[in-house]
Ligand binder design. Sequence first.
Ligand code: NDP
Length: 594
Amino acid sequence: MDKQALRDKYRQERDKRLRSDGNDQYLQLKGQFAGFVEDPYTPRVERQARHDHVTVAFIGGGFAGLVTAARLVEAGIKDVRIIEKGGDFGGTWYWNRYPGAQCDTASMVYMPLLEETHHMPSEKYAHAPEILEHCQRIGKYYGLYDNAMFHTEVNTLEWNETEAHWDIGTNRGDKITAQFVAMGTGPLHVPKLPGIAGIESFKGHAFHTSRWDYQYTGGDPSGAFMENLADKRVAIIGTGATSVQCVPHLAKACKALFVFQRTPSSIDVRGNKPTDVEWFDKMATPGWQQRWLDNFTANQTGGEVDEDLVMDGWTELSRRIRAKVLSLPPEKMNYEGMMDALEDSDHEKMDEIRARVDSIVTDKKTAENLKAWYRQLCKRPCFHDEYLQAFNEPGTYLVDTNGKGVEKITERGVVVEGKEYAVDCIIYASGFEVGTEPTRRAGFDTVGRGGVKLSDYWAQGMRTKHGIHVHGFPNAFIVQPTQGANLISNVPHNLTESGKTIASIIKHTLDGGYKQVEVTREAEQEWIDLLLTGPGRPSVIGSPDCTPGYYNNEGQAMTAASKLSVGYPAGAVAYFDYISEWRESGNFEGLTLC
Ligand code: NDP
C-alpha cells in the first residue's frame, strides 16, 4: 500500500468537494417547499386547545421521549405527557418509511426496552415497520397514549419563576403548564433540500425520502413492489445511508432510475438474517438486553471484553483496530505508532470495500465511480447487500457528478455537465439539517430563569452537566448523547441511560417534597472543564481532512462551539458506569433542590 499516494488521493477528492457556503448550500423546506414536510401518513384531526397542568411534559415522541417516559412510569410518575409533531410515536421511525428502511445497528441493542416489552426482533437488523410498531408497543405498554398530544408542535417554552413551573405554548393554541419538562427533539429531524439552481422550476412530481409518497409510487413501507413506477423515469439525488437503502427497491420498480451522486458512500457487508427463535428463547434470561448493551459498547469503544455478542460492522471496526494496535512492536507502542496503526487498518478496510465494488458491479466505469476515497469514519459508514447490485439492473444508471453535485434542475429534469436527464419524478435523499442553530431545528427557544434564552446561553457552545442539565433552566432535562457518553454507534443506549437518570432525579425531587431541581453553575463548569481534558473529537470523525459532510460541519473550520461537541473523556463504558453510580448514590451531586 502506498500510503502517501492514498493520502494524496483522499485530499484531492476532498478538495473537489470543498465549498465556501457550507451549510448554506441547503434549502429550508419553507414557502414553495412547505408541502414537502407535511405528514403523508396520518390525517390531522382538529381539536380544542388544551389548558391544563402535567407533572412532566416531554417534547418529542421518538426513542428519547419513549424511554424517558417509560422510566418515569416505572418510577411511579404516571402524569407524563409526550408532545409530538408527528401523528404517532416513533420520531425518526414515524417519518422515515421509505422502502428498505432498516436499522444499521443490530436490533438487539438498537431497539430499546425489548426485554421489558417482551419483544424479540425478527431480524438482526429490523426493518422500519417493525421498529415503528415497537415504538407503539412501548407507548401502549407504559400507557403513554392517553396523555399524549400528536400533530402538536411546541412553539414557546418559558420558565415561570413565580409558579415554579414551565409554561408551554403550541401551534394548536394549547397553553400547558408542567412542573418538569424534558426534551428529545432529535439530532436529524429537519429535512433539507439541496440548493440547486432551478429547483423550484421542476414541473414533475417530487418528494423528500422522509415523507415517502406511496400514493405516487405504489408499494408500501414493508418494501412491496412499487407498481406505479413501471412507466416512470425517476431521479434520486443523494447517495447517503437513506439512498443506499431505498435504491435497490427503486431499481427493481422504475422504468429508468438515475442515481445522482456527489460523494459515494462506503458500502460494507450487511449480513442480515432472521432471528432464530429457539436461540433467542434460551439466550433471553433476565437482564439479557443490558448485557448485550454493555457488551456492544465495550466492544465498539475498545474496552476489555472476551466475547462479541453482536458481531456487526461496528464491533468489527473496533476489533480490527485493536488487533492492529496490539500487533505493534514494543518500540512503536506510542501515540504516533498507534495513529499509524489506525491509518493502516483504515486503508486496509477501505481497500476491501473498494474491491467489493469491483467484485459486484459489472460495468467498470460505474464501479470506479462508486468507490469511496476517504477514511471510513469521514462519512457515515453504510452496510448493504443489495445496493451495489442494483447498478447491475437494466435501467439503473449512476450519474456521477465528480464531486460537484447536480448542476441545475429544469422544468423537465436534472442537469449534470450540461446533459439534461428528463424525469417524471425527483426523490430528494438529501438528508437533514445538522450544523444549523439548535433552536432553528427544534422550532422553539427555551427561556429559562430571568428570561435567559437557551440560544444565548449556548451562543459559545453547549454547556451542560452530563449533557442533561443546564444552569438557569431548572426542572428541565435534555435527552441526547453529546457531553454524556456520546456513543454514536448506538444512540438509543445513551437515551435509555438518560431516561433512567432523569426518572430517578424527578422521583427524588417529588418524594422529598421539593419544587425545583437545578444544576449549580460550579457543577456545570466543572463538567465542561472535565470534558475539555479529553482527546476531543476522535481524530477522524469530524476531521477537516475528510471529504465534507455533516460529520465535519460540511468541511468548514471547526468553531469553538464544536470543541464542546464531545463526550466523557474516559469513554462511553466509563460514562455509563459513572452515571449509574452517580444516580444510584442518591446524592445527585452537583444539583440543588429547593
Ligand atoms: P445524508 O446527509 O447522509 O446524505 C445526503 C446526500 O445528498 C449525500 O449523498 C449528499 O452528497 C447528497 N447531496 C447533497 N447536495 C447535493 C447536490 N447538490 N447534488 C447531489 N447530491 C447532493 O442524508 P441521509 O438521509 O442519507 O442520511 C442522514 C443520516 O440519517 C445518516 O447519516 C444516518 O445517520 C441516518 N440514517 C440512518 C439509517 C439507519 O440507521 N438505518 C438509515 C438512513 C439514514 P455529499 O455526500 O457529497 O454531501
